[in-house]
Design a protein around this ligand. Structure first.
Ligand SMILES: Nc1ncnc2c1ncn2[C@@H]1O[C@H](COP(=O)(O)OP(=O)(O)OP(=O)(O)O)[C@@H](O)[C@H]1O
Ligand SMILES: [Mg+2]
Length: 157
């Protein structure tokens, strides 16, 4: 059975300030993913610490936290089939130098420290990160896409 996943995606402050919100969101919409939630927000000290807990103590950690708090981010919950890995493919490698042509990081970023976008790396991270930025009542999973309808019909056959 094909299963859907939710993932957490955030356009980092430089992406927001460079006017890339529409460009980035349109890539996920064109893919057919559902945007279940979206919020422009200033990351708090606690949210930054929770989000990047796995990197605490690493040399780049202070810069990472400073960067994510340098202006508002556009936080999103995205849902679709294989969404966690699929979104990571569309986002590209952490270091934009190595990101495949056509990915967001290859197209819009130059260096690893300032790579424009965040995307969860597993279903578990996604659910953990969604909870840092959203209450469940801010997430709207109340309609079906054509793809969902077709796949669900197939499964009844
Ligand atoms: N060696 C490094 N030097 C500088 N910055 C780094 C380094 N490794 C990671 N970062 C920064 O920390 C962020 C989180 O690192 P992580 O290993 O989770 O990469 P990622 O999963 O590709 O990125 P993200 O979590 O932002 O989607 C990266 O997006 C990057 O901005
Ligand atoms: Mg990561």
């Amino acid at each position: 059975m094909l299963s859907e996943e939710r993932t957490f995606v955030a356009i980092k402050p430089d992406g927001v300030q460079r006017g890339l919100i529409g460009e980035v969101v349109s890539r996920f919409e064109r893919k057919g993913f559902k945007v279940l939630a979206m919020k422009l927000l200033q990351v708090s000290d606690k949210q930054a610490a929770d989000h990047y807990a796995e990197h605490e103590g690493k040399p780049f950690y202070p810069r990472l936290v400073k960067y994510i708090q340098s202006g508002p981010i556009l936080a999103m919950v995205i849902k679709g089939y294989g969404a966690v890995d699929s979104v990571r493919h569309i986002v590209g490698a952490t270091n934009p130098v190595n990101a495949d042509v056509g990915t967001i990081r290859a197209d819009f970023a130059q260096v690893m420290e300032y790579n424009v976008i965040h995307a969860s790396d597993s279903v578990n991270s996604a659910e953990r990160e969604i909870a840092i930025y959203f209450n469940e009542d801010e997430i709207f999973d109340t309609w079906k896409t054509k793809t969902e309808e077709l796949i669900e019909e197939d499964e009844l056959l």
